[in-house]
Every structure is written in structure tokens, then in C-alpha cells.
Design a protein. Structure first.
Length: 199
């Protein structure tokens, strides 16, 4: 679940097919350098969700906001209205205005703050508990992240430009569900504050 919310990026298709393999450390270091100068960002998103027990794909649109070191918010527009707020390792979700709310507390090792603390210094070794593969096509990097431990996420793919710009995230869950999130109209360092992250 955390992978869905963290820096969100990834790509499938032709751009991956023409990409050249690089070392995972090189891919992670490119991500670190690209994000070093980004304090916050906002973006429009489109999301396609393939539920394993259904034959159709649900398509939604909305917005995301992110602020270092540990705040992320995603709002999905009708007809599937929902809002998700991640503050460090606490996820709160609401089913739109006036909808029911839920709260999930992630293990400390999955906190957003911890991940960005790791990205604050040059990457010299791969993180524990994940298998990482990387590739590059021009200025577009792709990371394929496969958690080794049990959990909801089977695989995540992250695609980002050398300047840290988010392009797409693909999350494949162990139950077969798949979500693809594309990003556009990205605005960096807009000066977001705590009041912009209220569920």
C-alpha cells in the first residue's frame, strides 16, 4: 500500500522495451538526485484499475499533492470519489465528502519519512527486503521493485525523468489487481503547507 503512495512513477510498454539495462544503484541514485531539489509538487492524475475478479477496467481521474518529508494526498473525482492522506506511516481514507473514514497504521519501516531519509544521502547499497531492477531510455529511468517480504504489493514499476519528474506508477498486487497511475500538469515547489493536507 505504501508503494502506491510514495513517489509515484512507472512505465510499461514500448519505452521499456527499448530501454537499456543499468545497475539498480545507478537507477536509485538518479532518483535521489532528481528528487533532491523538489520540496513539494502537485499533479493531475489518471488511474486505471484492473480488479482481478472483474473483466472491465475502472478509469478515474484526480489530483495528487506531495510535500517532504512525509505528506502525500490523493483525491479521486466522481463517480468513484475518494480521498487518501498519508502522513509518515498513517494512512487515512475517506469516501468523498461526508463519506465514511478509515485509518491504517503501517509498520515503522514502511514510513514515508524513512524512505526519504534514505534518499537524502548518496545511494551506496541496495535497500534490504526488495529486489530492484533498473533501465534507462534517454532521460527516462525505470525501476522495477519487487518486495521480498509478505505484503499486499507483488511488484511496482517506477518511471521518472532525470530531473525527478513523475511520469507513471504501476502497482501489481498479490491478488492480481493492477493499478496504473499517469501524471500530467506537474508543478514543483509550489509552497504547499499543512493546510493543503487535510482530509
Amino acid at each position: 500500500m505504501l508503494f502506491t503512495l510514495i513517489i509515484s512513477f512507472a512505465v510499461l510498454g514500448s519505452s521499456v522495451a527499448h530501454a537499456a539495462g543499468i545497475s539498480p544503484l545507478e537507477g536509485l541514485e538518479a532518483l535521489r538526485k532528481g528528487f533532491a531539489g523538489i520540496n513539494d509538487f502537485t499533479a493531475e492524475i489518471t488511474q486505471e484499475k484492473q480488479v482481478s475478479i472483474m473483466k472491465r477496467v475502472m478509469k478515474t481521474s484526480g489530483t495528487v499533492k506531495f510535500r517532504k518529508p512525509d505528506q502525500f494526498m490523493m483525491e479521486i473525482r466522481p463517480p468513484y470519489s475518494s480521498r487518501i492522506l498519508l502522513k509518515d506511516n498513517v494512512i487515512e481514507q475517506s469516501g468523498g465528502k461526508g463519506g465514511s473514514k478509515s485509518r491504517i497504521i503501517l509498520p515503522p519501516e514502511q514510513s514515508l519519512r524513512q524512505w526519504f531519509q534514505k534518499l537524502a544521502t548518496p545511494v551506496s547499497k541496495l535497500p534490504d527486503g526488495v529486489d530492484i531492477r533498473a533501465s534507462r531510455s534517454g532521460q527516462l529511468y525505470t525501476l522495477q521493485i519487487i518486495p521480498a517480504k509478505k505484503g499486499q504489493v507483488r511488484e511496482m514499476q517506477i518511471a521518472y525523468q532525470a530531473d525527478g519528474t513523475v511520469r507513471r506508477i504501476v502497482i501489481i498486487e498479490k491478488n492480481g489487481d493492477k493499478a496504473t497511475i499517469g501524471f500530467k500538469k506537474i508543478r514543483k515547489n509550489v509552497g504547499l503547507s499543512d493546510k493543503d493536507f487535510i482530509l
